[in-house]
Design a protein around this ligand. Structure first.
Ligand code: PEP
Ligand code: MN
Length: 331
């Protein structure tokens, strides 16, 4: 349930509402809006008795929230969330382009790719230092050494950095180096990691699990938001279906469904969705055309020798073409 305050309600009145909610055994989270503040009640299993709340000063009305997720729902927060990182705005007018290799392999590799994607117009550099690999024998990433390389990339290019935290043992160090912390598809339901991400001081990019419904993705985002971190970017990266012509099936309508029910920005990862570099440009265009707030795309200067995901990594010239082509798309 949402307790909507009057436009002239004071902070003291908002606090009184939160205390009343707590006295009923729930939590009240203030959600400041442009016109008025609303207080979202979380922790209730059924309907909340609202007569005492309605009698408090400054309260306009109560509205039931019908979805199982509360804080990420558009019912609770009608305006779209915009996440500002330096001069870029994720969820704003322009799509944000995050590009780079699957994994940080060496300083030379990361800097070479970073200079190229920067030159062609990317705003954020992607690259995993801690890699969640299906096989324990595959390259697992450079760990903190990789994070130090990413720091150098930021210093030399001015690109912001997105990199993955794979569990609660590395999120702390990732938080120190990253501008955006990625939580991968395999970790979407790692609840201790989600809770820790909710306490992080950096924005979180949360990828949809291989077999997760939109509601499950949003419930995972709710874990993060309920711990206090409001800066969440969702990411559609393809789901597993009976179709085996591509690595995964890009659920392009997820962008529309998520925009309908949630205020959080949503980006698309066409690389993991398709697994094939020749599909990445058209799928990126589809994502932007349908209203995605950005794309997260793998680019490598030497994909044939990439230590991971070379098959789906664009050559730099292809990335240059992608940037040109998406510039011409009307959203
Ligand atoms: C990645 O971004 O390199 C990655 C591992 O993605 P996902 O979690 O979507 O598989
Ligand atoms: Mn990858």
């Amino acid at each position: 349930m949402l307790v909507v305050m009057k436009t002239d309600a004071t902070e003291v009145q908002v606090q009184a509402v939160i205390r009343e909610i707590e006295s009923q055994g729930y939590r009240g989270i203030p959600m400041p809006g442009t016109q008025r503040t609303a207080v979202c009640i979380i922790g209730n299993k059924g309907p909340v008795e609202d007569s005492r709340l309605l009698s408090l000063d400054g309260v306009k009305e109560t509205i039931p929230v019908t979805k199982p997720y509360k804080l990420v729902s558009r019912e609770t927060h009608p305006q779209s969330t915009v996440i500002a990182i330096g001069d870029i705005k994720i969820g704003g007018e322009e799509p944000v382009i995050m590009a780079g290799p699957c994994a940080v392999e060496s300083e030379e590799q990361a800097l070479t790719i970073a200079h190229l994607v920067k030159q062609y117009g990317a705003q954020v550099f992607r690259g995993g230092a801690f890699k969640p690999r299906t096989s324990p024998y595959s390259f697992q990433g450079l760990g903190e050494e990789g994070l130090k390389i990413l720091e150098k990339v930021r210093r030399e290019t001015g690109l912001f950095i997105i990199t993955e935290a794979t569990d609660h043992t590395n999120i702390e160090v990732v938080e120190q180096y990253a501008d955006i912390i990625q939580i991968g598809a395999r970790s979407m339901q790692n609840y201790s990691l989600l809770r820790r991400a909710g306490q992080a001081s950096k924005p979180i990019l949360l990828k949809r699990g291989f077999a997760a419904t939109i509601d499950e993705l949003l419930m995972s985002a709710e874990y993060i938001l309920s711990e206090g971190n409001t800066q969440i970017i969702l990411c559609e990266r393809g789901i597993r279906t009976f179709s085996d012509n591509t690595r995964n099936t890009l659920d392009i309508s997820a962008v529309l469904s998520i925009k309908e029910v949630s205020h959080l920005p949503i980006v698309v990862d066409p690389s993991h969705a398709s697994g094939r570099r020749e599909y990445v440009i058209p799928l990126s265009k589809a994502a932007i055309a349908v209203g995605a707030d950005g794309i997260l795309v793998e680019v490598h200067h030497d994909p044939l020798h990439a230590l991971s995901d070379g098959m789906q990594s664009l050559y730099p010239e292809q990335f240059a073409r992608l940037m040109k082509e998406i510039n011409n798309i009307n959203r």
